[in-house]
Ligand binder design. Structure first.
Ligand SMILES: Cc1cc2nc3c(=O)[nH]c(=O)nc-3n(C[C@H](O)[C@H](O)[C@H](O)COP(=O)(O)OP(=O)(O)OC[C@H]3O[C@@H](n4cnc5c(N)ncnc54)[C@H](O)[C@@H]3O)c2cc1C
Length: 380
């Protein structure tokens, strides 16, 4: 169907991202995933396309504008053609620039944003701890003030982009219990008291670098504290909303890829004297996948329109996030069923996506937490 929100600028942007993914990533993606790494110039090429510059002023290297439809389209295109690990690694900077733009000092923005937005340097958001990620009100990493410094002790885990980043936005407790006692700090790799270890052997996202970060008496200058002490987590709630939009877009791209690969296979594979796609049971699977994908896309377009209109529909983003991961999970399962044994083989996008759907259901606000949040937002 025609997208009523399409403009020549959005079309041109979407096509440039799709071409970048098809040319630079797709031919190597599965090999990079097997190798567990990919070349750094992909970050820089993605940066040159403007993928990290939304809502960031031009003076810091950003796009100088925001557009939720473009965010949506780039998320869909990347997830359609790139392994989730590449997508997650380059995208990890998008969840750490928001707090810097919103809460950082002028000096901090000038020091950090140009390198991150251009893709020359890596960035990560470090919230989750070994003791848990869903309930951020219970963050245990502590920061205490000593003269002109903050001294940080604790651990963060599952940090995407964490092994290669130069800059980290880290949540740490500076006050009493609950959300109100948490502050955010900009931490640079290389300082004494900061070490990082890789998390390997993940179920999916093989080509992304995921780290556990260890802070052992790490000193950061007082000016590296972001925003108002103790109130930072509340101040960056919109950051989580944009992360949910990106993850939902990613799920849509994954679901579409599963549908397209399944249709392509079903057209050429023959069973019982006719093409697989001529069997009613297979046609029903395709209809069901296609309907769920269309519905999700329509929902995300409406959400993008609302964001562009100045709103931030937190309840709808929460609902879209779990609807999206459920859609991706359904489509991955049905597509693999259509591909049969061929779908079970490494090197098939459907096989990889089948492994990657779970992190979409867990990361950035799990399905259970999103459902809870949505119902809370209904005032129930
Ligand atoms: C590959 C990967 C990359 C990640 N990247 C990052 C990153 O870059 N930065 C970062 O900070 N974090 C990152 N995360 C962490 C992610 O955000 C957390 O895994 C997620 O928030 C869930 O936290 P948890 O794993 O500690 O599960 P827990 O909080 O321990 O929860 C365990 C399970 O119980 C469920 N649950 C929890 N509370 C409730 C409840 N009240 N009712 C019902 N069910 C509940 C959860 O949904 C989950 O399924 C990443 C995770 C993965 C796997």
């Amino acid at each position: 169907m025609k997208n009523p929100f399409e403009t020549p600028e959005r079309k041109a942007f979407r096509e440039s991202v799709e071409a970048f993914v098809a040319r630079e990533i797709a031919p190597h993606g599965e090999a990079w995933d097997e190798a567990g790494d990919f070349p750094w110039d992909i970050h820089e090429k993605a940066g040159a396309l403007g993928l990290f510059g939304f809502a960031i002023p031009e003076e810091y290297g950003g796009n100088g504008f925001d557009d939720a439809f473009m965010r949506l389209d780039s998320g869909i295109a990347l997830a359609y053609g790139a392994p989730g690990g590449v997508n997650a690694s380059i995208g990890s900077r998008n969840i750490m620039t928001g707090p810097i733009v919103t809460l950082g000092s002028e000096e901090m923005k000038r020091a950090v944003l140009p390198g991150i937005v251009s893709g020359r340097e890596g960035g990560a958001l470090a919230m989750t701890e070994p003791s848990g990620g869903s309930d951020l009100s219970r963050i245990r990493t502590k920061a205490r003030r000593e003269g002109e410094d903050w001294v940080i002790d604790g651990e963060k885990t599952f940090i995407t982009g964490g092994m290669k980043a130069r800059w980290y936005v880290v949540g740490a407790r500076t006050g009493g219990e609950g959300f109100g006692g948490i502050s955010l700090f900009l931490v640079e790799w290389g300082a004494p008291g900061f070490s990082r270890t890789p998390i390997e052997r993940k179920m999916g996202w093989w080509s992304s670098d995921t780290a556990t970060l260890h802070f052992d008496g790490l000193r950061v200058p007082a000016q590296n504290q972001l925003g108002q002490e103790g109130l930072c987590l509340l101040a960056i709630m919109n950051n989580f909303n944009y992360e949910r939009l990106a993850l939902a877009a990613g799920c849509l791209g994954m679901a579409r890829r599963c549908l397209d690969d399944a249709v392509e296979y079903a057209k050429i594979r023959e069973t019982f004297g006719k093409a697989l796609i001529r069997h009613q049971a297979i046609r029903h699977k395709i209809a069901e996948m296609s309907a769920r994908i269309d519905a999700l896309h329509a929902y995300l377009l409406h959400i993008a329109w609302t964001i562009n209109d100045g709103g931030m529909p937190a309840a709808e983003l929460a609902k879209a996030k779990f609807l999206a991961s459920k859609t991706a999970e359904f489509c991955a399962s049905e597509a693999m069923q259509i591909l049969g044994g061929a779908g079970y083989l490494r090197g098939q996008a459907v096989e990889r996506i089948y492994r990657e759907v779970k992190v979409m259901a867990i990361g950035g606000g799990s399905e259970e937490i999103m459902k809870d949040l949505a119902v809370k937002q209904m005032g129930l």
